[in-house]
Design a protein around this ligand. Sequence first.
Ligand code: 13P
Length: 253
Amino acid sequence: MSKRRPIIGGNWKMNTNAESAVALARGVADGCAGLSGVEVFVCPPFPYLTHVGSALNNAVMLAAQDLYHEPDGAFTGEISTAMLADCGVRAVLTGHSERRHVIGEGDALINKKTRAALNAGLLAVLCVGEKLDQRDAGETDAVNERQIRAGLAGVTPDQMARVVIAYEPVWAIGTGKTATPADAQDAHAKIRAVLTDLYGPEIAGATRIQYGGSVKASNAAELFGQPDIDGGLIGGASLKTADFLDIVRAAAG
Ligand code: 13P
């Protein structure tokens, strides 16, 4: 494991209800209490942020799945960074593949959201990753590079301390297919090279890059053992307390 502190996120997506979200949060918080060597966050659906925040402890950070970059105004259905902060949120995903490919967000909007999150003092988890046809066409690294450069445009070197990159190959999300540790490592190393080009070796070497896409307890340790993989962003397996905690412990080493 590298000198970077691994970080594990649970992205609950559009799952749970008020009761099950709180139960899940309590279980995760209890299991993470006293664990060192790993940082943990969970992203419940917006309506449950406050409930879940009250059920967490200092061992688990409250995070959101999305935000809107404008501070306030006529943006029906959207949520500002100030509203998130009011709910106790400290981190937020930007550019998740479902926002990109189901909802239709593009790089320019994702960049605005990333900068808004950072300007508001939040930790921004910028998600990138290629679709299956892009992988088959040998475009994985080019897609990641384009999404990283566009997503981080205007982000200052100082702000990079609050940026986490999540590499999530779209074809691996929710499919049970995982990138091999070697393929994932290769993509992460290339992403770090892009960060080096943008910010220099020191900042690139300190930036955490999570892997996401069908991570489970049985494959987590091998993935997290790769030199450029600094933890994971977990979907399906984050909805079961025991499974998620097994993954957290795999990252804690
Ligand atoms: P799965 O772990 O369900 O593949 O989801 C990954 C993901 O999209 C996390 O953000």
